[in-house]
Design a protein around this ligand. Structure first.
Ligand code: PMP
Ligand code: GLU
Length: 378
């Protein structure tokens, strides 16, 4: 056998905890509340558009940044809905999911000697991707008792950091927290003052139950906006996400990473995504959001009945992140799996997630959630 030596980067980075716990929960009888994905089908109008593209023979490479029609529709959406000015199709890059887009941005902007600040806790892939880019991770503290919304400690750490980049994520994975506009502005003012660049990951933008989404790029120059189709239109398997920035040169640099690793996204998936801008798809997305709201309400009602659990009601995404005063979260996740409920342990998302578990109500209806909570408390 050849003694294969792996590159340092792959030895430093863990497999994705969300995928790992999802795989462990794929057993008969287990209610899987691990992975963050909507359990709905993709709206029919989007599927029809992709089928039509296949029938028309749209099976070849597309322009690297994405088909112009799709990029134009994205630029118009960001101008109309998110108040981001001065965009056009050349300032948009479509890649293989929000995950791939963030990876491309980090590979283009962060490297050896750079630090990237992320909230603690954060979605698992930020930390891994920063390390893959050979940069350092700087954690900024969020607290369960503050509903994981950035507070004084977060702001002080942000003021003191030497990080070059900050990743902001509202609504948040894993906490479901929606950061109020005034707090985002406070963060952005600090970053502008320090000449820090911000990646605003807005993938859960449409899943807000109270409050309003605010895109910092509507008022600030130093921010790249990231979004995608996975969560709003239940298109996790289509692998399409995008970023936008008002300076085309920056997008062209990020495109070098995308082009040299993926070339372009799947052709017919892009034609399908174009139909996500139709009224029919928007109505389907609104309906999903309403269903998630009632699931969130149900889950919170069950959590409030539990003793010794801290969980401020989250206003968005499809996660709750309760803090259990006592047990180790890794052991708790294993114990719950034995009881037939798959969850992700909170420490996978950063040290501030210790003692928490992430429950995704995106992928289970209220009936299943009810059975899951009966097992959790049983
Ligand atoms: N950002 C966050 C915060 C997420 O939770 C996810 C979920 N996978 C993504 C980005 C990327 O999603 P996708 O690659 O499916 O677009
Ligand atoms: N973002 C989802 C989650 O956190 C999907 C899996 C992943 O990309 O990590 O469960």
């Amino acid at each position: 056998m050849i003694d294969l030596r792996f590159a340092d980067r792959v030895l430093e980075v863990q497999p994705s905890a969300t995928f790992k716990y999802d795989a462990a929960a794929k057993k008969p009888g287990v209610i899987n509340l691990t992975v963050g994905r909507p359990d709905f089908d993709t709206p029919q109008v989007i599927k029809e558009a992709a089928k039509k593209a296949l029938d028309e023979g749209r099976v070849h490479y597309t322009p690297s940044k994405g088909i112009p029609e799709l990029r134009k529709a994205i630029a118009e959406k960001l101008e109309a809905e998110n108040n981001i000015a001065d965009l056009d199709k050349d300032k948009i890059l479509v890649s293989g999911g929000g995950k791939q887009i963030i990876y491309c941005i980090l590979m283009a902007l962060a490297g050896k000697g750079d630090a990237v600040a992320i909230p603690n806790p954060s979605w698992v892939s930020y930390e891994a991707q920063i390390k893959l880019a050979n940069a350092e991770v700087e954690w900024l503290t969020l607290k369960p008792e503050e509903g994981f919304v950035p507070g004084d400690d977060f702001m002080t750490q942000l003021e003191e950091t030497n990080a070059k980049l900050l990743i902001l994520n509202s609504p948040s994975n894993p906490t479901g927290a929606v950061i109020p506009e005034r707090t985002i502005k406070k963060i952005m003012d600090i970053c502008a003052e320090k000449e820090m660049f911000v990646i605003s990951d807005e993938i859960y933008e449409k899943l807000i139950y109270e409050g309003k989404h605010y895109s910092p790029a509507s008022e600030y120059e130093n921010v790249i906006t990231v979004n995608g189709f996975s969560k709003s239109y239940s298109m996790t398997g289509w692998r399409l996400g995008y970023c936008a920035y008002a300076n085309r040169d920056v997008i062209d640099r990020i495109d070098i990473i995308h082009q040299q690793s993926l070339s372009c996204c799947t052709s017919f998936a892009q034609y399908g995504a174009l139909a996500a801008f139709s009224d029919e798809a928007k109505n389907a997305s609104d309906k999903m959001c309403e269903e998630f709201r009632s699931r969130r309400n149900y889950v919170m009602q069950r959590i409030r009945e539990m003793d010794d659990v801290v969980c401020v009601r989250p206003n968005g995404a499809f996660y709750v992140f309760p803090y259990f005063n006592g047990p180790d979260d890794l052991e708790l996740a294993d114990k719950l799996l034995e009881k037939g409920v798959g969850v992700v342990p909170g420490s996978a998302f950063g040290s501030q997630g210790r003692g928490c578990i992430r429950i995704s109500y995106g992928s289970a209806n209220t009936n299943l959630l009810s059975q899951a909570f009966d097992r959790i408390i049983g």
